[in-house]
Design a protein around this ligand. Structure first.
Ligand code: ADP
Length: 485
């Protein structure tokens, strides 16, 4: 992998702890593999709670001087991190594809997306406004200060190895917090590369640590039990989110949770058919279906169902599958065996219960982690795929008759992250966007991710918002000051 990089210094396999690059105290390492080929690409330092506690101590010490600096001053460092990420986007994209599998063009796009959070929150660092409130008594002057919460800890998943941690680091540092983060053990290299960039950008020593470890639950416990940690930000499954919230309860720790989704994608009879098909492909097959906002259920109205099914199946059959580092590939491998097995189970369940394959429907001959891009027809609410997130390249089509029925089925889930629908009727567009119980609604578009908008879920998809001017709030506390004059 090193030989593919212009700047091999970006590939770090040691941990970034308290401002130093270290091996684990017990010299333990874990393997990182390339999911397209299965070969080991790195041996990475495997930390335990001891080193993590040291990182937390360092973040707690460094944060006071950092938050005492002006917003503009902190912004300068964050801006530099953005610039360095963009300057090294090719190398960072190569590292990302090697450890995660997504096509290089998408990986490079993710680097730009991750970097955009540094740019955005550099700007927001200067706009942390408090409030003055007219007093409730003649001698009282009331003000509200916004102050950084303290050390923020983050746990992130493998599907966006750069962007998921970037959008936690950037607001935390902008707010004036210290930061400790554990990336998923499948994909630690992209997060460690951000450590290299932070160091080059002149971030104060110890303020931020990147803590690779195969011992996920141990590190989670240290984050929740260490009294110096005041905030936990997690992106991952609802199942693990629940565990972490329970653990964080003992310290009444403020939590942000970006959890699972089960996104509906509704196509009404009056939709622009071509646009709906293009949106469906972009939304479902991006990252090979491995995003928490990928459409999981396609509800298609009776009158347009057959035409939509045919066009979608034709478009999906043309997607090019391969090694993400090869030219011209649109879909890479899935992350590992378990991911392929889950896709297989969902497809088999649909077929056993009367659904049909329009295209795909089996493993791909590229290798053991590959699955064919698939479209299934005749899917119903009783099938597993209606209830669980597939996290793979499978588009299941459900048929519906009325708007009311579509909304009921779309909301029939414990999740509430992303939703999509296509319609050209202004009345319907207004009604449906209001009726969908989701944190994000894409109307006549399959892609909405941007650092300028608030992203997050309702119901069991999460708590808190990332990005936008609201994103920094999760890393701040309000202090009400009542002054008697
Ligand atoms: P995914 O399906 O994306 O792997 P997970 O919720 O299992 O979703 O994982 C998200 C992140 O949470 C990963 O970094 C994983 O290592 C970590 N994780 C998994 N279990 C725990 C746990 N019990 N405590 C803390 N972190 C965990």
């Amino acid at each position: 992998l090193k030989s593919l990089l212009n700047d091999p210094g970006l590939l770090e396999t040691r941990a970034f702890v308290a401002g130093d690059w270290i091996d684990a105290d017990d010299a333990a390492t874990f393997e990182v593999t390339n999911p397209a080929r299965g070969d080991v690409i790195a041996q990475v330092a495997d930390l335990s709670r001891v080193e993590v506690a040291r990182a937390i101590d360092a973040a707690e010490s460094a944060r006071h001087a950092w938050s005492a600096r002006t917003g503009k001053d902190r912004a300068g460092v964050l801006r530099k991190m953005h610039d360095l990420m963009m300057q090294h986007a090719d190398d960072l994209g190569t590292i990302l594809t090697a450890e995660m599998g997504k096509p290089f063009a998408e990986a490079r796009g993710e680097i730009g997306y991750g970097a955009s959070y540094f740019e955005w929150f550099a700007e927001e660092a200067k706009r942390i406004y408090g409030e003055t409130i007219p007093g409730h008594q003649p001698d009282k002057r009331l003000t509200v200060l916004k102050q950084p919460i303290g050390v923020a800890a983050a746990i992130t998943p493998w599907n966006f190895p750069n962007a998921m941690i970037a959008r936690k680091i950037a607001p935390a540092l902008a707010a004036g917090c210290g930061f400790v983060g554990r990336p998923a053990s499948e994909t630690p290299l992209s997060a460690l590369a951000i450590g290299v960039i932070a160091e080059r950008a002149g971030l104060p020593k110890g303020l931020m640590s990147i803590l690779p470890s195969s011992r996920a639950s141990d590190i989670g416990k240290e984050f929740c039990e260490n009294p110096k940690v005041r905030k936990l930000s997690f992106t991952g499954s609802t199942e693990v989110g629940r565990i972490l919230m329970r653990q964080a309860a003992d310290q009444v720790m403020k939590c942000s949770m970006e959890l699972g989704g089960n996104a509906p994608f509704i196509v009404f009879d009056d939709a622009d058919l071509e646009a709906a098909v293009a949106g469906a492909v972009a939304c479902k097959f991006r990252n090979n279906g491995q995003t928490c906002v990928c459409a999981n259920r396609f509800y298609v109205q009776d009158g347009i169902y057959d035409a939509f099914a045919e066009k979608l199946a034709n478009a999906v059959a043309e997607l090019r599958v391969g090694d993400g580092l090869a030219d011209d590939v649109q879909l890479g491998p899935l992350i590992h065996d378990d991911a392929v097995a889950k896709v297989e189970t969902h497809v088999d369940d649909v077929l056993a219960k009367g659904g049909a394959v329009l295209t795909g429907g089996a493993r791909h001959n590229m290798g053991s982690n590959f699955y064919q891009p698939t479209v299934l027809a005749g899917v119903t609410q009783e099938m597993r795929i209606a209830k669980e997130e597939t996290f793979g390249p499978v588009a299941p089509l459900f048929r519906f008759k009325t708007e009311e029925e579509a909304i009921t089925m779309a909301n029939d889930t414990i999740f509430g992250l992303a939703s999509y629908f296509y319609s050209r009727d202004i009345g319907r567009v207004t009604r449906v966007q209001e009726a969908l119980e989701y944190g994000v609604v894409g109307v006549n578009t399959g892609i909405f991710s941007t650092e300028v908008a608030p992203f997050g879920g309702v119901k069991q998809s999460g708590i808190g918002r990332e990005g936008s001017r609201h994103g920094i709030e999760d890393y701040m506390e309000m202090k009400y000051v009542c002054l008697s004059v």
